[in-house]
Design a protein around this ligand. Structure first.
Ligand code: NDP
Ligand code: 8X3
Length: 253
């Protein structure tokens, strides 16, 4: 039977691109997100294009009960998960910390940190049973650097970096690989979400340079997931060529 991959945030951007590449390579997929119609649409597309075997799970990673219910209700033949891609996440706002919206802070921490923990806590026992597996967490360049007005988003991604290191240590005895991927600017719905539907502002983030695509990141994830059993990539920082770090970006306008 082919390998099963569990992808959070599969309805858009990097997660959707991961679903595509793993389906194209004959993996069985569990695709997750909050938007049920988009999950159904993606499931149909993957079946039609790749004859993929796809299970959908609709839940909010912020809701511990929903996460626990969704994972514990997995049919037995869907519990042999080998790869968990913890990708669901978001940024909200770009304001100085002293003016930050506390509800936005809570949503980012609840999604990027607590959500990743809830999902991992549900899936880790399934990997431990098999004494192998791979957890791939999506961090960010914001998890390596703190930039002006990035405050709580940066903190949440620095927590993802720390948790990835912690998982790697604690899961070592169970033969489970842990990789964290830290992308720079990727053009997805990320900026639309950050700027709450302000399309002009969201588009301007990518003005004058070639950003990464979700597919660029998915290819790197697929590479990490398909290395020999004895090889693990602990972390990757992947940037557009035009972006040196969070503050140095070459725009040609
Ligand atoms: P998108 O907005 O395109 O996708 C985000 C995905 O996360 C969606 O599928 C969304 O699904 C899901 N999601 C968000 N909140 C929740 C929630 N509470 N419960 C379940 N699913 C949720 O953005 P990206 O693809 O760019 O983002 C993916 C990851 O990559 C994030 O962790 C982000 O922080 C990280 N990242 C992005 C970068 C970028 O420049 N784009 C750079 C570095 C890291 P739904 O709405 O259906 O629930
Ligand atoms: C997204 C990249 O630089 O906007 O994580 O934080 S950045």
């Amino acid at each position: 039977m082919s390998t099963t991959v569990f992808i959070t945030g599969a309805t858009s951007g990097i997660g959707r691109a991961c679903a595509e590449i793993f389906a194209a390579n004959n993996y069985r997929l569990i695709i997750c997100g909050r938007r049920a119609p988009l999950l159904a649409e993606l499931q149909n597309e993957l079946i039609q294009r790749y004859s993929a075997t796809v299970h959908t799970l609709c839940f909010d990673v912020q809701n511990r009960t929903e996460v626990e219910k969704a994972i514990s209700a997995l049919p037995t033949d869907w519990q042999d998960i080998s790869i968990l891609i913890n990708n669901a996440g978001l940024s909200l706002g770009l304001d100085p910390i002293q003016q930050g919206d506390i509800t936005d802070w809570e949503t980012m921490i609840d999604t990027n940190v607590k959500g990743l923990l809830y999902v991992s806590r549900g899936i880790m026992p399934l990997l431990i049973t098999q004494q192998k597996g791979h957890i791939i967490n999506i961090g960010s360049i914001a998890g390596k650097e703190t930039y002006a007005n990035g405050n709580v988003y940066c903190a949440s991604k620095q927590a993802v970096d720390a948790l990835s290191k912690a998982m790697r240590i604690d899961l070592l005895q169970h033969g489970i690989k842990v990789t964290v991927i830290h992308p720079g600017a990727v053009e997805t719905s990320f900026s639309q979400v950050r700027f709450k539907g302000d399309t002009q502002r969201a588009k301007s983030v990518y003005d004058g340079f070639t950003p990464l695509t979700g597919t660029d990141i998915a290819h790197s994830i697929y590479y990490c997931a398909t290395l020999p059993e004895h090889v693990n990539i602990n972390e990757l920082v992947i940037m557009p060529t035009a972006q040196a770090n969070t503050t140095h970006l070459l725009r040609k306008n």
